[in-house]
Design a protein around this ligand. Structure first.
Ligand code: CP
Ligand code: NVA
Length: 305
């Protein structure tokens, strides 16, 4: 495992061992035990999109591991003015020990990982968001005491979160149901890959347009913004189409009585979720946000340590 580009590329064992390491690092962090396993190493962090959680958790995580995080805004580096990914990769590998990248085209991250001899971590593309899902699986494990056999229902846009959740659930042994409007279904190739992963794991994947069908018997109800970064011009149109996909008391109440509510954040209360659900007692959104730190420390330790 050189890079973390997609959870589909990892074996079930690799995903499980990253989760175990994340939980161990979290426990040790709470006890004040330090691990400077990345001492003297530098992680370059390329952002062509905004971020709160990803930037802060990677910077803090790298610092806690004794390394140095270098923030690289695409406005400030030559990549943003048209320097090729190939040349950027060949230059950065001479200085850095790893690259984290958040950008639009997934193919750019794949190309960067192919061209660079150092580890590349996908910190969100239009297609996938694997680091978030590692944190989410860690959170589900902590609250449910295990993952195998749980059911996660995702309701909303067939976006990067839906895609990575499908991959992550299959590898970690959860069943998954995804409800999207017909116009905003998941990517067909991701669905094909995910179906193969669920078949290999002996778990089920359900794709539907009916949010109530998806949340039936769910242990976790997950949603995300209807308007992802880069889709701002589609906002009005999408809000109309997604009206029936809001996670409100009625929909959340149709899941198991002890179901958790999850959201990667940032959230838009009154759109994809109501205040009553996201700020309610079964919402674990801030545990998910915290676990970005611990899960990504595990990823960096595994790839760069
Ligand atoms: N969930 C997440 O990736 O948040 P940011 O966009 O703030 O990094
Ligand atoms: N789907 C959202 C996730 C943000 C963390 C986006 O891509 O904007």
């Amino acid at each position: 495992m050189k890079d973390l580009i997609s959870l589909h590329d990892l074996s079930a064992e690799e995903v499980k061992s990253l989760l175990e390491l994340g939980l161990k690092l979290k426990d040790e962090n709470k006890k004040g035990i330090e691990h400077h396993i990345l001492k003297g190493k530098t992680l370059g962090m390329i952002f062509t999109k905004s971020s709160t959680r990803t930037r802060v958790s990677f910077e803090v995580g790298m610092t806690q591991l004794g390394g140095y995080p270098l923030f690289l805004s695409s406005n400030d580096i030559q990549l943003g003015r048209g320097e090729s990914i190939h040349d950027t990769a060949k230059v950065l590998e001479r200085y850095l020990d790893g690259i984290m990248i958040r950008t639009f085209a997934h193919s750019d991250v794949v190309e960067l990982a192919e061209e660079a001899d150092i580890p590349v971590i996908n910190a969100l593309t239009d297609l996938l968001h694997p680091c978030q899902v590692l944190a989410d699986l860690m959170t589900a494990y902590e609250h449910k005491g295990g993952l195998e056999g749980l059911k996660l229902a995702y309701v909303g846009d067939g976006n990067n979160m839906a895609h990575s959740l499908m991959y992550g659930c299959a590898k970690a042994g959860l069943d998954c149901a995804v409800a999207t409007p017909a116009k905003y279904r998941c990517d067909a190739e991701v669905v094909k890959n995910a179906e193969a992963d669920f078949a290999a794991a002996g778990r089920t994947l359900t794709l539907t347009e009916d949010p109530f069908e998806a949340v039936k018997d769910a242990d976790i109800v997950y949603t995300d913004t209807w308007v992802s970064m880069g889709q701002e011009s589609e906002k009005e149109e999408k809000i109309k189409v997604f009206g029936g996909y809001q996670v409100n008391d009625e929909l959340f109440g149709a899941a198991k009585h002890d179901a958790l509510f999850m959201h990667c954040l940032p959230a838009y209360r009154g759109f994809e979720v109501t205040e009553s659900v996201i700020d309610g007692p079964r919402s674990v959104i801030f545990d998910e946000a915290e676990n970005r730190l611990h899960a990504q420390k595990a990823v960096m330790a595994a790839l760069m340590g």
